[in-house]
Design a protein around this ligand. Sequence first.
Ligand code: BTN
Length: 238
Amino acid sequence: MNAKILHIPELDSTNRYWKEHAFEAEDFSFLYCDYQTGGRGRNGRNWLSPKGENLLFSFVIKDKEFLQKGAKLSLYAAAAIVTYLERKGFQKITIKWPNDVYIGGRKVAGILLEGSLPNFVVVGIGLNVNQETFEGQYRVPPTSLSLICKKKIPIDGLVKYLFPYIDDFFHQTSDEEALKIYEAHDYLKGRRIRFPYNGPMKEAVVLGITKDFRLLVETLQGQVIELTSGEMTTIRYD
Ligand code: BTN
């Protein structure tokens, strides 16, 4: 498929752009930029990225059939990034629910879905490409593709192949296939986590994810619970 690609060097946020322009956008239009003055992360956090070093992009989904997938779109986005990176030779890739992409245990990409259902969803992805130092306090510092493969990667070249790949992946992959890819890269499965549940923190072991993209956990008291990513803003794990 021919992905429709727009480049705006600097703007507040590619997600915000599509949220404002979704009504005039074609389905699966991509936008990337070199710098965001108000990059948005999950749970109201900022997404900071030095100018020109990383790939910051969003695409808009308007097709009703896709919109019906709801939270599963998140699963598709993570599975598309993971399989693309694997084709490029990257290894040890995992996905931490709901959709942080890790390489060798360090975050390399973050995904933020926003939108106004049933009209559109914006899928925003920040992929660390050439950034070599990460300021700020991290329990485990993030990584980038260039830190792993020890060479700089031209962003324009990446865009040319990655965007059509994502477009094709969404159109050619079934829910079952996307789920299988996700499960094969599930970072949290089998790990013990702590999360706030009706107030106090609860401890549980992650069993996996459900078909509709909830995290399935078994508490230490033997209770099986499904968690949605919207409710679950804090998960701690070892
Ligand atoms: C996360 O918190 O892990 C999600 C980060 C998503 C960042 C990307 S960068 C491109 C797009 N535009 C934004 O403002 N955010 C997303």
